[in-house]
Design a protein around this ligand. Structure first.
Ligand code: C2E
Ligand code: CA
Ligand code: CA
Ligand code: CA
Length: 281
């Protein structure tokens, strides 16, 4: 039994060791990812529920690793957050996607509105020069501030409400739109969020997924949409995968929707082709 115990211990240690080495390697590689131009932005359409037309995109980062292939954000964003590397990554995504959106606006002037939604990590959000940097990116890319939507989670606000309020006010003053991502998964209420200058609520996919099977979910989403409307916020349903879900959302007068039913996140070339086709879902 003792030998077995030792053997198990060794396996355990080796695994821990391997994991630590792999993590360190990932961090080292990630440090170079931007300079080596290994990061990619994919664009997922956001659609008006009423008209079925594309109104914008969410920018979603990927890492094209030379050996490991395309790595999804879930596998490197946590490491990036821990090491602070998320700040240059988020900045790069922001610049890249603002530039890209401006290009599409010039290329497809008849498609209006056309906005870009960019995710902002908590670390990035609490950078002292965030507002200045974003302002600079908007000027350099010549993008109207109203075309940019920044997505933050409730936890970012709750972590430091007073600071968050001040930063959000400054971003709002620039004319940028502000979104709460994954709404419903945190602990805050809409009544609480109303104290912050939020324009858009993105209802988390977990609520939308259960929409077609569960009457309670319908009631919850209806309540969110009604209250958001009363507070002057618009609502995006995330993770819409079925026509049934879309039909329900239409009945509930949800403003916008995003999900595999319309499109997966696409690279810029495929997005250009999609825009050129002017689809109506
Ligand atoms: P998120 O912001 O909630 O983004 C939505 C995620 O849901 C994306 O995963 C998207 O591909 C996926 N999705 C969209 N429609 C559907 C659907 O119909 N069904 C299902 N099952 N999934 C759908 P992705 O691209 O893997 O991103 C995961 C998370 O990584 C994002 O969640 C966001 O929190 C984070 N992330 C992505 N890009 C960035 C970035 O540039 N900066 C930061 N800070 N975080 C990012
Ligand atoms: Ca998001
Ligand atoms: Ca989300
Ligand atoms: Ca999420």
């Amino acid at each position: 039994a003792k030998e077995q115990g030792q053997a198990w211990h060794m396996v355990f240690d080796t695994t821990m060791y391997d994991r630590a080495v792999a993590l360190l390697q990932l961090e080292t590689d990630l440090r170079w990812a931007i300079e080596r131009r290994e990061l990619r932005v994919l664009y997922q359409p956001i659609v008006s529920v009423a008209t079925g037309r594309i109104t914008g995109f969410e920018a979603l980062v990927r890492w094209q690793h030379p050996e490991r292939g395309l790595i999804p954000p879930a596998e490197f964003i946590p490491v990036a957050e821990e090491t602070g590397l998320i700040v240059p990554i988020d900045q790069w995504v922001l610049r890249e996607s603002c530039q890209q959106l401006r290009q599409w606006q010039l290329q497809f002037p008849d498609i209006k509105p056309l906005s870009i939604s960019v995710n902002l990590s908590g670390k990035h959000f609490s950078q002292p020069c965030l507002v200045e940097q974003i302002d600079q990116i908007l000027q350099q890319t010549n993008l109207a501030p109203s075309s940019l939507k920044l997505e933050i989670t409730e936890s970012v606000i709750i972590a430091s409400p007073e600071k968050a309020a001040s930063v959000l006010q400054q971003l709002k003053a620039l004319g940028i739109q502000l979104c709460i991502d994954d709404f419903g998964t945190g602990y805050s209420s809409l009544a609480y969020l109303h104290h912050f200058p939020i324009d858009v609520l993105k209802i988390d996919r977990s609520f939308v997924t259960r929409l077609d099977k569960n009457g309670e979910q319908l009631a919850i989403i209806r309540a969110i949409i009604t209250l958001a409307g009363n507070l002057g916020m618009s609502v995006v349903a995330e993770g819409v995968e079925t026509t049934d879900q879309l039909v329900q959302l239409r009945l509930l007068q949800c403003d916008q929707a995003q999900g595999y039913l319309f499109s997966q996140p696409l690279n810029s070339d495929k997005t250009s082709i999609l825009l050129a086709a002017r689809p109506q879902f």
